[in-house]
Design a protein around this ligand. Sequence first.
Ligand code: BYC
Length: 328
Amino acid sequence: MYGGGNTFEPMKATGVENEDPVKLAEFEARIERGEKIEPHDWMPQLYRKQLIRMIEQHAHSEIIGALPEGTWITRAPGFKRKLALMAKVQDEVGHAQLLYSAAETLGKPREQMLDDLVSGKSKYSNIFNYPAFTWADSCFISWLVDAGAIVNQLANARGSYGPYCRALDRICAEESFHLKYGHHCVIHLATGTEKQREMMQAAINRWWGPMMHFFGPPDKASVHSEILMRWKVKMSSNDDQRNQFLDMYVPKIWELGFTIPDPNLKKNTETGKWEYTEPDWEEFKRVINGDGPCNAERLAVRRTAEERGRWVRKALLAPKTEYVTPLA
Ligand code: BYC
């Protein structure tokens, strides 16, 4: 799919050639007018396929994203932090619930989505395949990964598919609490002891590359952006989202006295765009294709959860009578 080295060969999505041209034109006109497309409305097969892919990956990212932070609940410093982190992790799993429901409206059953996750067929966000070694890593996720997610989700909440947009609206409301919580945790470390500051700086150094990857490959290499933006599923490009994130959060990181591990990072005041060293896109490809530091571990945890929860799902779906002991 991608070219060699740090370069990419763009591959554009095609596949509307077999659609009824009249229906397709009406569909595109509705999108152009800013109308929402709802589950029972006519839509091109490619729109359905792309939405399932993107919403499903997003849902998987929420439940897998709960894992690196989840392991810090018992070790979070103090009762208040434990409570807050527990609530946050619970929220993330709730986000997955909303997103799986939105994807189901397009016809793919939830069990199949979960099977595709644990079998490694479906992707999920690159960033959750890295280990959260220290408390500061968990703080980085809560503040900056959530910040990146908000940049992406606020934009896409204005998109064209009703169920996805409504799910994103609810998710963004909760994410804004996560962001405040994460920022508070980072400020605490920034204004703490030398050791705490060092711990936070080390976390920023470790997570910066994956954070830059988080917004996806450069626009010129993005496979799906063109069609997703034409159909208003994706409301801004990967590079624009990355730029918006840098615009909003680099000054805040600097304000706290931390450095960013990129000597070339600076805002070009003429173009309004940030300039930076390209992150290692070969590493990105390896990680999203299953070969990151924690991919195997993350999927193994999910597999165990699926196996252990099977009896619950079976009991919920079983006809009631099976579980009623008849009166003698
Ligand atoms: N990670 O054509 P492109 C959270 C893949 S959870 C992995 O640009 P697209 C949180 C892409 O799938 C929030 N894979 O793709 C949770 C495609 O591969 P396939 C997570 C990536 O779709 C718990 C290929 O690269 N957010 O924050 O136009 C605790 C080519 O890319 C990534 C979402 O899921 C990546 N980062 O744009 C704390 C947002 N980037 O499918 C926090 C929803 C690209 O052809 N998703 N790929 O095999 C999106 O907005 C878009 O899908 C993306 C990528 C911007 C991510």
